[in-house]
Design a protein around this ligand. Structure first.
Ligand SMILES: [Zn+2]
Length: 233
């Protein structure tokens, strides 16, 4: 097992761009504080277009580049593309095992992903990613008899300390992004295929308003909101 690949924080994003919407300001701050952050991007996001002339293979490649550019702006150490089909995620033992594999490899204290329990209008890939990551952290990454072949590969059990979920209807944790909000916008802007052109200004305005609201009861001005669940091991 490579010591070098260990990370403090692992972000598991259903599509390229979700992590930037949900957590990029916090990522930029954590990196500045010396934490190592890695990204797992579950799907290619190849259905994310309303342009009838775009083909999915080209969009996959474009969105990989956009995601890597965004990650570079934030100082993310490594971006891993799992290559699942956009709109195709299912809660399967194979998908869960793949997440377990990376939890055991990088051994992060914190996992960050989409809230699986947001009701009604929520992308199915977001719901499923959140649920699979939660289950992967506990009990599957923790118990050595889950996926014994991973143990034989040298991937020892690992106990995550906490999970943060973006998109929660009931956030209980507000992360200070006052000094990194502009970096978040710069990273988000890399996702040209999703937020390009004239729409970016209104997205930026909306995000600022949302960040101000999230920080309303804090001592800082701008925040990303999460539901935080702590493991009491
Ligand atoms: Zn998404």
């Amino acid at each position: 097992m490579s010591e070098k690949r260990k990370a403090n924080i692992m972000i598991i994003s259903p599509h390229p761009d979700d992590a930037e919407f949900g957590a990029a300001g916090s990522v930029a701050r954590w990196v500045k504080e010396g934490k190592k952050v890695v990204y797992l991007i579950c799907t290619g996001g190849e259905k994310g277009t309303s342009d009838l002339s775009v083909n999915p293979e080209d969009l996959t490649l474009l969105r990989r580049k956009e995601q890597q550019d965004a990650a570079n702006i934030l100082g993310v150490s490594e971006v891993i593309f799992l290559g699942y089909e956009d709109q195709g995620l299912e809660d399967t033992p194979e998908f869960r095992k793949e997440i377990v594999r990376y939890i055991r490899l990088f051994r992060p204290e914190t996992l960050i992903t989409a809230d699986p329990y947001r009701r009604y209008i929520w992308h199915r890939d977001h719901r499923i990613t959140g649920q699979v990551v939660l289950d992967a952290a506990f009990p599957y990454a923790r118990d050595h008899l889950s996926y014994p072949d991973l143990l034989r590969e040298g991937l020892l059990p690992h106990k995550v300390k906490e999970m943060l979920f973006w998109g929660s209807e009931h956030p209980n944790y507000y992360s200070d992004i006052t000094d990194t909000f502009e970096q978040k916008l710069a990273a988000l802007k890399c996702h040209h295929s999703q937020v390009g052109g004239r729409q970016f200004r209104s997205i930026a305005r909306l995000l600022r308003e949302r960040s101000e609201t999230a920080a309303a009861n804090e001592t800082f001005n701008l925040a990303e909101a999460f539901y935080r669940a702590e493991f009491k091991w």
